[in-house]
Design a protein around this ligand. Structure first.
Ligand SMILES: [Zn+2]
Length: 101
């Protein structure tokens, strides 16, 4: 598993927001209440965090040979919550939302 983070700090999110905000393919989703560059950068940071939790915490617990029933269902519940979190941020980004379903 990798522990490297790409969007783990406020400075990294701000830099990504500024970079994405320079592209018309992103800013075309803006309106007076929504700035897509910020929603996308912030959301990607949270998506990165959920992916780390899934890969580093919950899939290992779920697949451990000695996992108890309680540990398996704890892992499944946490995986479901992380997937819900991923989907929430995917839908919050108008750019990503266009790829959903
Ligand atoms: Zn979040």
């Amino acid at each position: 598993m990798t522990s490297k983070r790409f969007l783990g700090t406020g400075a990294e999110i701000a830099a990504m927001t500024n970079r994405l905000g320079s592209f018309e393919k992103i800013t075309r989703f803006d309106d007076h209440e929504h700035k897509e560059c910020g929603a996308l950068a912030y959301g990607l940071g949270h998506i990165e965090d959920s992916c780390h939790r899934i890969l580093n915490d919950w899939l290992p617990q779920l697949t451990a040979n000695d996992a108890s029933e309680e540990q398996i269902f704890e892992a499944l519940d946490e995986l479901a919550l992380q997937i819900k979190h991923l989907l929430w941020h995917a839908k919050d980004s108008r750019y990503i939302e266009g790829y959903l379903f």
